[in-house]
Write a protein that binds this ligand. Structure first.
Ligand SMILES: Cc1ncc(COP(=O)(O)O)c(C=O)c1O
Length: 398
């Protein structure tokens, strides 16, 4: 299969020369998503959950129907367990505040050396607030979590385990079901950072046996400014709200307040309902393709890219994990990644260079910066050929 989708579905590719290889950062948007957003503003725009007139009912229906679409996509037992946030970072911050009351000084939170800053910094901040310890699971040379040497990190003080499903630098797809078993055996709350996985493979929260899953709409063909925190209902019922204000309350007196039911308890203020509706449309687009097809197509692209890149002289590809998604980080000896990016830009090729918001991981790789290509459904094999040709021309120049 040389193409998965019709590229003309994506207006940005009206520029035929564009080679977009930075979807791990953010994805491009199909016209159906852009049209939906415009249509909502033009025909159904009113604040949700408060207006009694028809327009308000229409926007509320669209918003709640998007919640159902999200919940079916990840096989959540109930759509009420889907909280709309502004993205993975916001979801992680919500958890780091809302879980605080369950923790005591010297409790431990376990993450790994391959986490994005969004799954490191909120826990560090929590540690500063209440004195918990943050521990990091080690990695093998190939860029997998070293499960063999990880058992001793799971102790009776470990209260939270929070792991990325897929690394945004190495592409590693982690054995999160095995880690779930380890987390459950010590009674820890298990969180999955799904920012790179939910968009690229089938994800079923019941099968994964996690307690929480965080992901972002903009990485899965949806608009910016919307993401999701899914959580198990019994835990969500127990947790304190994070942001407070309008709509998240049941009753407010001069002295105190009580909370609305889940998920509204966690959606203070006017929610990003138009973006959430756009995200629902993006999920419908992905579901029509089928997430298994998305995963298999990207796997083929990645194998092809690895083969072609490995033929480039003096290239170093980081991590060759057992199971990987469509993300490859590399450096070429003698060419700074920033220079590489500038040269590729001349050929209208977009790739990311830098630390990819994963400085601790880059440190374990002994690097401060790598070049990274990441694929999505609109990429094809010719994009990889153009990338490799452009890298080779850059090498000739240097
Ligand atoms: C693994 C991972 N986690 C979290 C994030 C943060 O996502 P957002 O910036 O959408 O909040 C990213 C973004 O690149 C990511 O790759």
């Amino acid at each position: 299969m040389s193409h998965l989708i019709d590229k003309t579905d994506f207006p940005i590719f009206n520029d035929k020369s564009l080679v977009y290889l930075d979807s791990a950062s953010t994805s491009q948007k199909p016209k159906v998503v852009l049209d939906t957003i415009k249509k909502v503003y033009e025909h159904s725009n009113a604040n949700v959950h408060r207006a009694l007139y028809d327009l308000g009912s229409r926007s509320t229906e669209l918003y709640e129907s998007s919640r159902k679409t999200v919940s079916q996509f990840i096989n959540a037992p109930s759509s009420k367990e889907v909280i709309f946030t502004s993205g993975t970072t916001a979801s992680m911050n919500l958890l780091s505040y809302s879980l605080e009351s369950r923790l005591e000084k010297d409790d431990e939170i376990l993450i790994s050396h391959m986490e994005h800053h969004a799954n490191i910094v909120p826990w560090q901040q929590l540690s500063k607030r209440i004195g918990i310890k943050l521990k990091y699971l080690p990695l093998t040379k190939s860029g997998d979590i070293d499960l063999e040497n990880s058992r001793r990190y799971f102790t009776d003080r470990t209260k939270i385990v929070s792991i990325t499903h897929m690394s945004n630098v190495l592409g590693t797809i982690n054995p999160i079901k095995k880690i779930a078993k380890m987390a459950k055996s010590i009674g820890a709350v298990y969180i999955i950072d799904g920012a790179q996985s939910v968009s690229h493979m089938p994800v079923d929260v019941q099968d994964l046996e996690c307690d929480f899953l965080a992901f972002s709409g903009h990485k899965m063909l949806g608009p910016t400014g919307v993401g999701v925190l899914w959580g198990k209902m019994d835990l969500l019922n127990e947790l304190d709200p994070f942001l407070s204000g309008g709509e998240m309350i049941e009753k407010v007196t001069l002295e105190t307040s009580t909370w609305n039911e889940v998920p509204y308890k966690f959606e203070a203020g006017t929610p990003n309902y138009v973006q959430a509706i756009g995200m629902g449309e993006a999920i419908k687009y992905l579901s029509n393709i089928g997430m298994e097809n998305v995963y298999n197509y990207e796997k083929k692209l990645t194998s092809y890219a690895l083969k072609k890149l490995q033929e480039i002289p003096n290239i170093k590809i980081y991590g060759t994990p057992e199971k990987r998604g469509g993300v490859i980080s590399f450096n070429i000896k003698g060419i700074h990644p920033q220079d590489l990016s500038q040269f590729l830009n001349e050929d209208n090729i977009c790739l990311r260079v830098g630390h990819h918001c994963a400085q601790p991981l880059l440190k374990t790789l002994n690097e401060t910066s790598t070049a990274r290509v990441s694929f999505y459904i609109y990429n094809d094999f010719s994009d990889i050929d153009k990338l490799v040709d452009s890298i080779n021309s850059t090498i000739s120049y240097f």
